[in-house]
Design a protein. Structure first.
Length: 331
């Protein structure tokens, strides 16, 4: 099964439908499976006095409150419908992360088959129960959480009516950008082992190498922020990939998928043609007459591999030559 790649546009549209559509085009061009936005009502998401995170203060006006920043990035119902239709036209899956009950309903009404739960909602019991009750596929991000919190969230989703087979748990780190020493990619395998669930990785590092490593380790889903231009104003542009980088990431992941192959160890079709050329056979080391005894003096091992395998050396030593041989003849 192919790795499901989510190109996370998030709020990098800066509140503009035109920009959002350009982001969809870039996601299509990259070869990603889905493009994801964020669905929220600023009033339901943050209180009017909530401060911004430090990384948001660095990438936006530090004196502006979180509410005012988020309000500008809100997409209304008609925008959702327009972007959803545009994705259908472009043959890429439209996804969005809901941040409140009203947003969950909006996305459910749009007919979304996959619901993405962000790291910040992993301890939000009523929210988890609401999404779990829809019986859709779920992608659960686990930034900032410990193993017990992941287990608790899974139990709520499953008890609300979602089969565990329909849940993919993403290891994540909620810092933009994530320092390499904090990635802890092995924790993805811990989640897989502990809960016997499909796993993936939601990445906030600056490069693409960790995503490629995650796929090599068994991730079935990769999510990565992207933007049209890292220098734009807004909270997430700086820690996002630009279109060419996104394309490179998708290409690398698709190559790694091919390279992982089956688990059987056998000669591949491409290398089989080289077996006779590269392997060796037992050959005459000098002129040998019929009736001579074959010894380690008159036979040796050389390419090609079309004759008797050197693995039969011990059986050949001490036998009688059945014909005359010239130097380098295959025995």
């Amino acid at each position: 099964m192919s790795v499901f790649i989510i190109a996370e546009a998030g709020v990098n549209h800066n509140g503009s439908i035109k920009l959002a559509k350009e982001l969809i085009d870039a996601a299509v061009e990259s070869g990603a499976d889905a493009v994801k936005f964020q669905t929220f009502k600023a009033e339901s998401l943050v209180s009017k006095t909530a401060e911004k995170a430090d990384y948001q203060k660095k990438t936006t006006d530090a004196s502006e409150l979180q509410f005012d920043m988020i309000k500008k990035l809100e997409l209304d119902v008609s925008a959702h419908k327009e972007l959803h239709a545009y994705c259908q036209e472009k043959d890429i899956m439209f996804l969005s992360t809901p941040f409140d009950h009203e947003s969950i309903d909006l996305l459910s009404d749009l007919g979304l088959q996959i619901f993405k739960i962000p790291s910040g909602e992993i301890t939000n019991l009523p929210y988890l129960r609401h999404i779990g009750s829809l019986d859709k596929k779920i992608v659960l991000s686990t930034g900032m959480s410990n193993l017990k919190e992941v287990g608790d969230a899974l139990n709520i989703l499953i008890n609300a009516g979602t089969s565990k087979d329909n849940i993919t748990v993403l290891h994540a780190n909620t810092m933009y950008p994530t320092p390499m020493e904090d990635v802890n990619l092995n924790a993805m395998l811990t989640i897989q082992k502990e809960f016997d669930v499909a796993v993936g990785y939601s990445d906030h590092t600056l490069g693409i190498e960790v995503d490629i490593a995650a796929v090599a380790m068994g991730a079935s889903c990769i999510e990565k922020h992207f933007t049209l231009d890292k220098t734009m104003n807004g909270p997430d542009h700086k820690a996002s990939l630009e279109p060419e980088e996104l394309k490179a990431m998708v290409g690398a992941i698709r190559n790694i998928e091919k390279a992982l192959g089956s688990s059987e160890k056998k000669p591949s079709p491409s290398e089989s043609v080289n077996i006779d050329i590269v392997r060796k056979s037992i050959v005459a080391n000098q002129k040998i007459n019929k009736g001579d005894i074959l010894t380690d003096k008159n036979i040796t091992i050389k390419r090609p591999g079309k004759g008797i395998s050197p693995m039969q050396w011990d059986e050949i030593i001490g036998t009688i030559a059945v014909k005359n041989y010239k130097l380098d003849d295959l025995i």
